[in-house]
Design a protein. Structure first.
Length: 143
């Protein structure tokens, strides 16, 4: 969305392609409370909504907080950052110069290897830091 916003502000496309090297977005998401953390059963509906195959998570345990005195019953204590990185590439430069809409810019970024907020959040869930439900609630669909 950064590129689209800068273009809407009137910054010429050629200036963006020559001056931007990297765009980073971050979001803070709820971290599972360590005092009440327990293994979570994986809901197949959530996996489908996150585009995660069962093969991809083979052997990985997911967790959730069930709520306790430490987290005042929320299951969440603290925050952890998830990041989206867009490294400027020739593919993205071409899309900018063609004045491509936001969705096409995002597709170009993903094709060039951009890691989205949702991808980063899924990695945090695989590490046991956040729940899959938190991934769904705090990130938007990639495509």
């Amino acid at each position: 969305g950064t590129i689209s916003r800068l273009l809407e502000m009137g910054i010429p496309a050629y200036m963006l392609t020559s001056s931007i090297e990297l765009i980073i977005a971050q979001r803070l998401v709820g971290k599972i409370c360590q005092a009440c953390k327990q293994e979570d059963t994986v809901d197949k509906d959530i996996l489908q909504r996150l585009h995660i195959s069962e093969k991809e998570i083979d052997g990985i345990k997911f967790y959730k907080g069930i709520g306790c005195e430490e987290c005042t019953g929320t299951g969440i204590r603290g925050r952890v950052a998830v990041y989206e990185f867009l490294v400027m590439s020739d593919l993205i430069k071409e899309a900018i110069m063609k004045n491509a809409p936001h969705l096409e810019l995002k597709k170009a970024g993903m094709k060039a290897g951009m890691k989205t907020l949702r991808m980063s959040a899924v990695e945090r869930a695989k590490q046991g830091m956040i729940s899959l439900l938190e991934v769904l609630n705090s990130t938007i669909k990639d495509m």
